[in-house]
Design a protein around this ligand. Structure first.
Ligand code: NAD
Length: 504
């Protein structure tokens, strides 16, 4: 990957970023960053261990008083400069993200990077709009008001599927509210999180406000989750690991924000625009090779449209072009790793015993065989309680099931442990409205599936976690509300003292 040399050589001083400086990780173990399109090693770096986490947390603690004490306008100014620096570095960020994840360059230049720049600009503005209720005399003798204060050092743990965007989601509301942060990216995709932290320094955000420790989950991740000086843990990843870190964080009475797995239903009623639904299902299932927590994974199609929908999806999937992520003509890149590709293939191979694989269901041959590619895959005939319908596959795999009544379609949509996102497809405003009310998910789209925007919250119900990323709602996670109560009477013997001082 010669064209990436200018990026990988930035990490010769190490792939950690603590107190405004790059450095080597001290765990004694090394980690490779691998291009999943070719299997070639892009970088080998020293992983962070517990001692690095301790130093990063200490740097964040030192930086906290000044950053928390800055005015909202000062923090907003720094975050606006941060957005500008990220925008200037957009091409480098997109290339690094495509290389370490295998994402098509059209996706990183059109979604990952501009989304991150927009998020940064949003939180720059939002930093000046932290609100509470009006002060008032809720008791005749007192004036009460609330202060919205940062919680302290926030530990963020992020997954590999959108490394840059997840870094932004974990870090930006925390910083905008006056917290400092220690981010642990997934150890296989640290590059853009490190570039993000360096850009923060270039923008003038003080040393120690944003630190990155690239270490293993069981080692650096658990140490961060249990660290006594970390006031809050913000975790995005799988439900299984989320449960484990929740246990660790709870033991130290941390504030906790969990963005976990998803299994988004895609409900097509029989009056839907079929062409729109077919395009929406294929795009929603294949974005980022299906490695998206909100990806359309289970399409429920009302019986009259079922056959035409399946045929349309199969045709469109056959048209999707797999290829080199850096070729602008490529629609679909590889999965994140060969190990993950094999895990996805395992779900589909097991499904052959109880369902029909209509298209795809294997890795491509020829030039792409050395990468972690997997063909767009359509499965029908699976039962609602089968593994491929219930569990998160996290690959380019769509299962389609029929339903009869609207009640049944909505019941199927709600019948997994997850509740992150869903979509309803109908031309009937009442049907669509009912679906938005009754489907239990943190986001329900109508006649679309996938778009997100900085102003609106993202977060799950049920086993998909709790708390919100993006939007003003995220400040509920990253601030704590303090009640301040002033006595207005000025007297020594207050009215309520009669409950204690008898007869006075
Ligand atoms: P993962 O749970 O395996 O890992 C996520 C992060 O946790 C990584 O940084 C990893 O190193 C760390 N980790 C692993 N074990 C740990 C431990 N014992 N203690 C502390 N940290 C640990 O998830 P992944 O495979 O990287 O990402 C895919 C998952 O993330 C999917 O389930 C997907 O749905 C979910 N996800 C959810 C959202 C959302 O907004 N809800 C967004 C993106 C991804």
């Amino acid at each position: 990957m010669d064209q990436l040399h200018d990026i990988t050589e930035r990490f010769t001083d190490g792939a950690q970023y603590i107190d405004g400086r790059p450095r080597e990780g001290g765990s004694g173990r090394r980690q490779a960053v691998v291009d999943p399109a070719t299997g070639a090693e892009l970088l080998s770096y020293g992983l962070a261990g517990p001692a690095d986490v301790d130093e990063a947390v200490a740097a964040a603690r030192r930086a906290f008083p000044a950053w928390a004490g800055a005015t909202p306008g000062e923090r907003a100014g720094a975050l606006h400069r941060f957005a500008d620096v990220l925008a200037e570095q957009a091409d480098d960020l997109a290339r690094a993200e495509s290389a370490q994840c295998g994402k098509p360059i059209r996706l990183t230049t059109g979604f990952d990077v501009p989304g991150t720049v927009d998020n940064t600009a949003f939180f720059a503005g939002a930093a000046r709009h932290l609100e509470g209720r009006a002060a008032g005399e809720y008791s005749a003798d007192h004036t009460s008001y609330v202060r919205r204060e940062p919680v302290g050092v926030v530990g963020g743990i992020a997954p590999w599927n959108y490394p840059l965007q997840m870094a932004a989601w974990k870090v930006l509301p925390a910083l905008a509210a006056g917290n400092t942060a220690v981010l642990k990216p997934a150890e296989i995709t640290p590059l853009t999180s490190l570039m993000f932290a360096r850009a923060a320094t270039e923008a003038g955000i003080p040393d120690g406000v944003l630190n990155v420790v690239a270490g293993a989950g069981r080692d650096a991740g658990e140490h961060l989750a249990g660290h006594p000086d970390v006031a809050m843990l913000s975790f995005t990843g799988s439900t299984a690991v989320g449960k484990r870190v929740a246990g660790i964080a709870t033991a130290t009475v941390k504030r906790l924000h969990l963005e976990l797995g998803g299994k988004a239903p895609f409900v097509v009623f029989d009056d839907a625009d079929l062409e729109a639904a077919v395009h929406g299902a294929v795009a929603g299932a294949l974005i980022n090779s299906g490695q998206d927590c909100t990806a359309a994974t289970r399409a429920y199609v009302q019986r009259p449209l079922f056959d035409a929908f399946v045929a349309g999806v199969a045709d469109l999937m056959a048209d999707v072009r797999l290829g080199d992520p850096f070729d602008p003509g490529t629609d679909l890149g590889p999965l994140i790793s060969h190990a993950h590709r094999d895990r996805v293939a395992g779900f589909v191979d097991r499904a052959r015993s109880y369902a029909t694989v209509v298209t795809g269901g294997h890795a491509p041959t020829g030039e792409l065989a050395k990468g972690a590619y997997y063909l767009p895959t359509l499965v029908t005939g699976a039962a609602q309680d089968s593994e491929i319908v219930q569990d998160e596959v996290f690959g380019p795999v769509l299962v389609v099931l029929p339903f009869d009544s609207d009640d049944e379609g909505i019941a199927f949509a709600n019948d997994t442990p997850y509740g992150l996102a869903a979509s309803a497809w109908s031309r009937d405003v009442h049907r669509a409205g009912r679906a938005t009310r009754e489907i239990q998910a943190g986001c329900v789209w109508v006649n679309d599936h996938i778009p997100i925007i900085s102003e609106m919250p993202h977060g799950g119900f049920r086993a998909s976690g709790y708390g919100k990323d993006m939007s003003m709602y995220s400040f509920e996670e990253y601030t704590q509300v303090k009640h301040v109560m002033f006595d207005n009477s000025g007297v020594a013997l207050k009215g309520w003292h009669r409950t204690v001082f008898r007869g006075r």
